[in-house]
Design a protein around this ligand. Sequence first.
Ligand code: TTJ
Length: 643
Amino acid sequence: MEKFEHEYNAEQIQVLEGLEHVRKRPGMYIGSVSVRGLHHCVYEIVDNAVDEALAGYCKNINVTIEPGNIICVEDDGRGIPVDIHKKTNKSAAETVYTQLNAGGKFGGDSGYKVSGGLHGVGASVVNALSTWTEVTIQRDGGIFQMKFERGKTVESLTRIGDSDKTGTKVRFLADDTIFESLEYEYEVLEKRFREMAFLTKGLRITIEDKRVDPVLKGDFCYEGGLKSFVEFLNKNKEKLHKDPIYIEKTDGEVPVEISIQYTSSYSESIYTFVNNINTIEGGTHLEGFKRALTKVFNDYARSHNILKEKDNNLQGEDIREGITAVVSVKVKEPQFEGQTKTKLGNSEVTGVVQSMVNDALATFLEENPAVAKAILEKCISASRAREAARKARELVRRKSALETTTLPGKLADCSSKNPEECEVYIVEGDSAGGSAKQGRDRRFQAILPLWGKMLNVEKARADKIYGNDKLNPVIVAVGAGIGNEFDITKIRYGKVIIMADADVDGAHIRTLLLTFFFRYMRPLIENGNVFLAQPPLYKLSKKGMQDIYCYTDEDLDKAFKDLEEKGISRDQLGIQRYKGLGEMNPEQLWDTTMNPETRILVKVTMDDAIKADEIFTLLMGDEVEPRREFIELNAKYVKNLDV
Ligand code: TTJ
């Protein structure tokens, strides 16, 4: 059989080598092959359409998760150009979807390429990592289509019909030989597209999940842009002023959009974006914003005699208490720094944002004296609380210094002093605490029983935290301080494990502790040191059979099925539903929930500060109604809180 060797020119070889490298090292291009990497693929494709919207040509983007986890994205932009380039003898369309880093627009102004967080690896990477990709373009009166398999062109761009519309549609099936799973998470995608719609004023983004019946749908379009974003973030908070402050201006080539709204909360929520990338590590735009806030509020307080000559200046943290703000800038050549490359480094942006906020905020305060007064009253009381917290801290320090650093009486510490191997169980209730102390491995497991109701930190300021007899033992046991003073290098345990009952009281304690860690020891969560113990819900027993522990209702059903297959029916079994940890003896507690060989731990991750912030506000804030609704809707979620 005669074999035809296909002639590859240099450019085609380069494309093949590029795609091969992507398939060999996918993590280098999309961060990981976990569900996060899978979602990045969708963001990469959608970002091309958002670029078309930023250029002013696309008004609608529709994302569909089809049965079988096929993704379809459609926009009503101009359609990717289909004419053949002299240089590459290829259409722009084929180049965008096969050439590595061919992302962005062709020729002329590169515009502000948005990116799915890994800074525009481009659609060609998604193509390379997909079993198949199909691109359909409508423009110049026709419909054109091309198809690929694992990045290789299997059908070149062909005109397949006429059309008087314009736009681009991409369908792809991610490659299950690359990705751990193809199961898209609708809630995660929906949240990102809502955020994209907030960040791209007037753009309508819809998402549909057709894998389920009834279909899940999201439809986002915000003419208010970041003003709507801030209203959304504050929907369950008590606002200090009705309308968010809104700033939208372009200084030179840096478009800036900012919205600010103060609430009665004690926490500070400032989210920053560059070219729609969520810069969670902040950077120069955040620096400029903070400087302007501190200057404008201090100037206003002095010029209106709210601050007397002898008074110290308000500190930045006093002024930011209770703030919700979103800062979005667009930069042509963004320089990203930081551990996860999500910190903006462009130094010129500091001044741009600072001067813009100085002018707009000073004007707003002059024109809205009642709002200015309300915010400043809060700043003043925050500064007094900070002062009180400092004194409380000093007192605790002096006290513990006097009595040497005594660990909380209730803490049953472990013998090892190496934080890497040590873990502390924060256990709800004295009886469970007793069983845990007896059942543990005292070499590396410490036990800190908590008793009674914890302080709700969502409604308390730092000065109340230090003196609180429930939280203080946790602070001293962890050993790394709280708030701005928290030093992750000082933690005494590598794992802080919350062990509470699987009932509503346990969920409440869990959430109070997570709120505390989220507000006052956030690096502990970011660093992956916080875990939730998962005690069993059921024990199945039968004479002559080893006890079987089930951790979820699904586990229980599976255990029944397995036993039935062995001829053991349900009515032959003793079924115990655990109502609390206290019902287990030390050995059972060790076997089911503390033994590293057999236990189940859920790591609490900071995957999404916005979601965590929203949940803690909902669960711990003042607004009662939304909390009840949330808990009823998400009781399972709260049990397996994974933020
Ligand atoms: C993104 O989501 C919708 C379906 O197709 C994907 C896409 O690539 N869209 C897209 C690319 N819209 N417009 C372009 C584009 C337009 C021009 C004029 C030039 C280039 C290189 C891309």
